[in-house]
Design a protein around this ligand. Structure first.
Ligand code: PCA
Length: 217
């Protein structure tokens, strides 16, 4: 059994993207009998969907979690919904900045995560990791990949979804105004636990959702 865990290339002028650093750190780990296989996706609208499709075909995962950085988020941010919209506020790594176009013209307006998101949030919090649910993955490459992921796996019995992660302390130290941050070690621990809950856990449907969903990527 394989678990696919993806991260992204650095983007927006950064030299590092913690989403890929986390994935790299977990490559090959065995979690409850399943092996974590990782891929680094290009932060470009033109390149990311094909790279994701290739990763799905090669790894044939039973669970997929895609990671992306959203500087400014204050917590491990488990995305609920991918929208069929691209509206880039900055250029991607290929210099493209598409605006007000669908991810796929022939697809629904949105897809929900099929991960046990509340069980993941509750489990992370119980273990001491700041975590929450998010109602928007933004309209940049992360949302595109999340939408593509859910579209490409629609109708299959493969749980899949997206998690945004905050800045690293060294990134926050360079940003003005400063933003919330979490060390790479803490992020790795949190994502490892999130994978374990997603892989083995059931959804906690009745669990209350505190106020969540405000910040976007
Ligand atoms: N974050 C961007 C794209 C790549 C990444 O790590 C986003 O939130 O869309």
């Amino acid at each position: 059994m394989n678990i696919l865990l993806t991260g992204f290339e650095p983007f927006g002028g950064e030299a590092i993207n913690p989403s890929w650093e986390i994935a790299r750190a977990l490559q090959g780990q065995v979690i409850a009998g399943a092996t974590v296989q990782t891929r680094c996706l290009p932060t470009s609208f033109g390149g990311a969907p094909a790279a994701l499709a290739q990763a799905l075909a090669q790894v044939r995962p039973a669970l997929v979690i895609c990671l992306g950085q959203a500087s400014g988020r204050t917590e491990i941010s488990i995305e609920r919904v991918a929208v069929n919209l691209i509206d880039a506020r900055i250029a991607d790594n290929a210099g493209e900045r598409p605006q007000d176009v669908p991810v796929r013209a022939d697809a629904p307006a949105a897809y929900f995560s099929t991960l046990p998101i509340k069980a993941m949030r509750n489990g992370l919090r119980a273990a001491g990791h700041p975590a929450g649910l998010s109602l928007s993955a933004g309209a940049f490459v992360c949302n595109q990949v999340f939408f593509e992921l859910q579209h490409q796996l629609a109708g299959q019995a493969v749980k899949s979804g997206f998690i945004h992660i905050p800045a690293l302390p060294e990134q926050a130290a360079r940003s003005l105004p400063t933003v919330a941050s979490m060390s790479l070690a803490a992020q790795v621990d949190a994502i490892k636990l999130a994978i374990a809950i997603a892989w083995t856990g059931e959804e906690e449907l009745a669990s209350a959702a505190p106020d969540e969903g405000a910040p976007v990527a």
